[in-house]
Design a protein around this ligand. Structure first.
Ligand code: DGJ
Length: 740
């Protein structure tokens, strides 16, 4: 435990954020989670009310224990689950905690960090430390657990959740909103009631693509289904990039049991004596006023405390992938850089295909992964030349890597066949291109070598500003040559911890580099990777119409500054659909704007429009990337989507509206009421991103100065044309507090 930790002896612990409260109360030898919700002036009342909740020893009760375990006799006997299941060195399978101490740990200004030190009553050499942090500048709590084994032999962990909430009497109705999807169709919103007696299990079982099948973040409506502005919502996000499970049970007797943690898919995790592990952070927020505040709280937390470069403004970039794929020369890239500069971009990123030598050259997806050496046949003057060329044009420079994978057809694998995940005596399953394998990230020697190679490329580039970290595989072969026979099931956890260790080393060596989290599109759109990377690539599907849905889903939990959105060519590479450049632009403006095309294929008119669009985006960038998001109209309920971003000082705002195949003369849409503005201010409303200045306005009130109060309660009437039409409004407060 931290040396400057102070021991707390009070019977009640209160952690507070601006609008919520977490109250822990001593209950016998352990602590109970007495309250998570709106602030109560007298937290002792929360403890008294929690004391009165039934936690007896029949099914239909629930432990309020902060970290309940299988075998505890404090309420979960009938249910027998909890957050942890451990088999001790002597074969005993129960855990009953005793809290030996509670400590106050040093925390950032405005935050509070407490830790409960738990000791197993029969095996005091098995211990846990449960941490809770409350952030004073946003409504988010974090919790995580460290487990340590000083028993005489290994302890087997068949359940090792980060978080568990077992509460009776919260509500008689629960609704779970989560994101589900697949390659090219990520982040679809699914929401349904958890019927009485049912348990819903969300999870990702790929080991790598951990945000496709389901995303490890959710909204749970406690009571009736919350909307954007009303209803009680518990929102949570597990910060983990491997296999995971989130379970929400609405017991027949109306207890809520909510668990979130890593998943060991092939057996219990073996924790050797003398070792400790730290389970992933679970971040959560409570809203009394619907889903909107829950989103805004998570976004603020991400910008303030999770993303490595915080809320710093992100560059407008051009990524080479859709513009050139594997087919390029130096000139392709310098031409793209010229185009990037002309468009007003700030960063040029070389995607896949720049590495691998001789027979292993990466000219397709069947060669060279792992051989992180610049291919001088394709790029004779190397990366330093390209980085210099970018600088000459005033651009920053970025590069693509896929650090965790290799091709079977690579010099790396030819030299180190035992560095690949495989099961002894079974055929090696391969992924992308029929040739891709996964490196054994549990093995420190593998990580050392990959670090050495990537670090060398970064250094030789002399000025690398951005790395796209891709991962295009699953754990196809659940075997680690490194872990040895007794610990094969540790793979799921140790692999991801190995990835984090490699990532942390790269970040420490090159702290200024901005990373993008990509895994065949949105496979790493989660807060585990977003603790190391600043942004996510949400989908390889860049079709603007479908991006409206994908970005809507992702921005439920992840902020716009971290959501990369690229304008690409039409017909779209993935869907073959057409869309006007304006529509593609307007859609990409609701996140971190970029391009993924070859500018030389754009017409002079398109270039002119795009230049104005980039200028407008740069003006709106602090509002979109650093502001509060209000969802106004859902694409899941109508034939359009509408979003509002409001700057933290509420003096600026941006509205974006996207039609989705509207029918002709289908009636007028309800006026757009804009919450979140300052009712005492007056705003100039201006439609921007018009194809022709002053023409084709969608909002007749464009150009007017209107009060924040009227904009909130009367709203703006607008016209969307049939098909896929869109518009963007910029709102700027006129004079401080003026009511002219
Ligand atoms: C998958 C990514 O999602 C794409 O954006 C691109 O980087 C390719 N990999 C390159 O192989």
């Amino acid at each position: 435990m931290h040396t400057s930790a102070k021991t707390i002896r009070t019977p009640i612990l209160v952690l507070e954020t601006p609008h919520s409260q977490l109250v822990l109360a001593r209950r016998g030898e352990v602590w109970a989670l007495a309250h998570l919700g709106a602030k109560c002036a007298n937290p002792a009342d929360c403890a008294a009310l929690a004391e009165a909740r039934p936690t007896g020893d029949i099914q239909g009760t629930a432990s309020l224990e902060t970290y309940p375990a299988f075998g505890s006799d404090r309420g979960n006997v009938g249910d027998k689950r909890g957050a942890l299941q451990a088999r001790h060195a002597d074969g005993d399978v129960s855990v009953q905690w005793r809290c030996a101490a509670v400590r106050e740990l040093p925390a950032e200004k405005g935050a509070r960090h407490v830790a409960l030190e738990l000791v197993e009553t029969k095996h005091p050499a098995f211990r846990a430390v449960q941490h809770f942090v409350a952030w004073g500048d946003c409504d988010v709590f974090e919790t995580w657990v460290e487990l340590s084994n000083d028993e005489t032999g290994p302890v087997e962990l068949s359940r090792m959740d980060s978080f568990c909430l077992e509460v009776p009497g919260l509500a008689e109705e629960f609704h779970l909103l989560s994101l589900a999807g697949q390659w090219g169709n990520e982040a679809n919103v699914s929401e349904s009631e958890i019927a009485r007696g049912q348990e819903v299990v969300l999870g990702a079982r790929s080991g790598i693509h951990d945000a496709w099948e389901n995303n490890p973040a959710f909204f749970l409506s406690v009571g009736r289904r919350a909307d954007e502005e009303t209803g009680r919502v518990l929102a949570g996000a597990l910060c983990w990039s491997g296999a995971w499970e989130i379970r929400a049970q609405h017991a027949f007797t109306h207890e809520l049991r909510l668990n979130a943690g890593v998943a060991n898919l092939s057996g219990p995790y073996v924790l050797d004596p003398g070792l400790s592990i730290t389970l992933p952070t679970f971040a959560f927020t409570w809203s009394e006023a619907g889903k909107g505040p829950a989103t805004r709280a998570l976004h603020r937390w991400a910008r303030a405390h999770r993303l490595p470069h915080g809320g710093a403004l992100r560059d407008v970039l051009l990524n080479s992938w859709e513009g050139s794929r594997f087919d390029f020369t130096e000139k392709t890239f310098t031409d793209m850089m010229d185009g990037t500069r002309e468009l007003g971009g700030e960063l040029f990123v070389v995607d896949d295909g720049w590495f691998g030598l001789g027979e292993f050259a990466r000219n397709d997806d069947r060669h060279g992964l792992g051989d992180w050496f610049v291919n001088r046949e394709k790029l004779p003057r190397g990366m330093a030349y390209l980085a210099r060329e970018a600088r000459k044009r005033g651009l920053r420079f970025g590069l693509w890597f896929e650090p965790e994978m290799a091709n079977a057809t690579s010099a790396l694998v030819a030299e180190h066949p035992d560095w690949v995940l495989r099961e002894e005596g079974r055929p090696l399953r391969k992924g992308r291109g029929g040739d891709q394998v996964v490196l054994d990230m549990a093995n420190p020697a593998v990580r050392d070598e990959i670090f050495r190679r990537i670090d060398a490329v970064i250094r030789e580039t002399k000025g690398l500003d951005y790395i796209k970290w891709d991962a295009n595989a699953e754990i196809f072969n659940a075997g680690s040559p490194y872990l040895g026979p007794a610990k094969q099931a540790n793979l799921w956890f140790d692999y991801t911890m190995g990835v984090y260790e490699l990532f942390a080393r790269l970040r420490t060596a090159h702290p200024a580099i901005v990373f993008q989290a990509c895994a065949s599109g949105g496979g790493h759109a989660e807060y585990g990777f977003l603790g190391f990377a600043d942004e996510l690539w949400g989908s390889d599907n860049t079709c603007a119409q479908q991006r409206v849905f994908i970005q809507w889903g992702e921005e439920l939990f992840y902020p716009a500054c971290a959501t990369a959105c690229h304008v690409t060519a039409v017909p779209n590479h993935q869907t073959g659909r057409d869309a006007s450049l304006k529509y593609r632009f307007d859609v990409a403006m609701s996140g971190r704007l970029g391009f993924e095309l070859h500018p030389k294929n754009m017409t002079p008119e398109e270039i002119a429009f795009a230049k104005r669009g980039v200028e407008a985006y740069k003006r709106l960038r602090p509002v979109v990337q650093g502001g509060d998001l209000y969802r106004l109209v859902s694409p899941y309920e109508t034939d359009r989507a509408a979003l509002l971003f409001v700057s933290p000082d509420r003096r600026r705002a941006a509205v974006m509206v996207y039609g989705l195949g509207r029918r002709c003369n289908d009636g007028r849409s309800a006026a757009l009421c804009l919450p979140g503005l300052n009712p005492a201010l007056r705003y100039r409303v201006e439609e921007i991103n018009l194809v022709e200045s002053g023409k084709g306005l969608h909002v007749a009130a464009s150009g007017k100065i209107l009060g924040g109060d009227a904009l909130a309660s009367v709203g703006l009437v607008y016209d969307l044309r049939p098909g896929d039409d869109s518009f963007v409004l910029e709102l700027t407060a006129t004079r401080k507090g003026a009511r002219a």
